[in-house]
Write a new protein. Structure first.
Length: 274
């Protein structure tokens, strides 16, 4: 018996990294999974993004964990894609109880059009979250059995953390702050429906968004920025693992947190408590 038996989780950015970890962790607790990912490259992103093979691996890992899963290739920047992914999952599983708007990018190193990297960051990590909320919430309300939403923000969503003031970086920070505002509005409005909405705020995570060759080369060439004390965790770990965030989310979406809503939940090795 898992603490999420019978529930269905809709997860964006699920092909690898945190999204994959969340899918497997929730499947271990009994949830069925609807996994969406763009599986394509966004030009302003400097590292290789997830592929269809990555999404297939997520599917295999969820199945190996004893879970059921529907996968969908789509772009959270397009509401129609989010709706199509949701509809495919509901056709298979009947409903959605849990939503994890997790899709994220880090267009920090600014290849190509710098201005476009601002729009890509905002469109993916703020507008994409809004699309997800607007798609999943009507069904939760209509079903009348409550629900749980956890939006992936960042330690950068509660601080001025930034490596530079280039458009991609400030777009990332602005989006991660922006979803806190979304969370608070929706948590307030949905409380009467017993739908809980929270944000989770990781420090740096050992996932392909950070742990990649391109970022490593940039960090090595800019140690005065990447190695600055402001970017180090007070606890002596350079990066946390995706499962550390997944474990927090597994709590927040479970009945153990049935009265936890409207909170910003750090998983940050003390980063925000300086």
């Amino acid at each position: 018996m898992g603490k999420l038996d019978g529930r269905v989780a809709f997860i964006t950015g699920a092909a690898r990294g945190q999204g994959r970890s969340h899918a497997v962790r929730l499947a271990e607790e009994g949830a069925a999974i609807i996994a969406m990912d763009i599986c394509d490259q966004i030009e302003s992103v400097f590292y290789p993004m997830a592929t269809k093979d990555d999404l297939a691996e997520t599917e295999a890992l969820v199945t190996a964990a004893g879970g059921s899963i529907v996968t969908f290739v789509g772009d959270v920047r397009k509401r129609a894609d989010v709706q199509a992914a949701y509809d495919a999952g509901v056709r298979q599983f009947g409903h959605v109880d849990i939503a994890l708007p997790n899709a994220g990018i880090m267009p920090v190193l600014e290849p190509g059009d710098r201005e476009q990297s601002w729009y890509d960051a905002i469109d993916t990590m703020l507008t994409g979250v809004w699309h997800t909320l607007e798609v999943v919430i009507p069904g939760m309300i209509e079903r009348g059995k409550g629900g749980a939403i956890v939006i992936t923000s960042s330690a950068a969503g509660l601080s001025s953390l930034a490596l530079n003031t280039l458009p991609g970086q400030v777009g990332y920070v602005a989006a991660k702050h922006g979803v806190v505002g979304l969370m608070r509005v929706y948590a307030s409005q949905l409380a009467k429906h017993m739908i809980r909405v929270n944000t989770v705020h990781p420090t740096g995570v050992n996932s392909p968004m950070v742990a990649n060759e391109e970022y490593g080369a940039w960090a090595a060439a800019n140690p005065e920025i990447a190695g600055a004390p402001a970017y180090q965790n007070p606890m002596p770990v350079p990066l946390i693992e995706p499962i550390d965030v997944s474990n927090a989310i597994a709590y927040l979406v479970s009945d153990e947190a049935r009265y936890v809503t409207g909170v910003t939940f750090p998983v940050d090795a003390g980063h925000l408590n300086r």
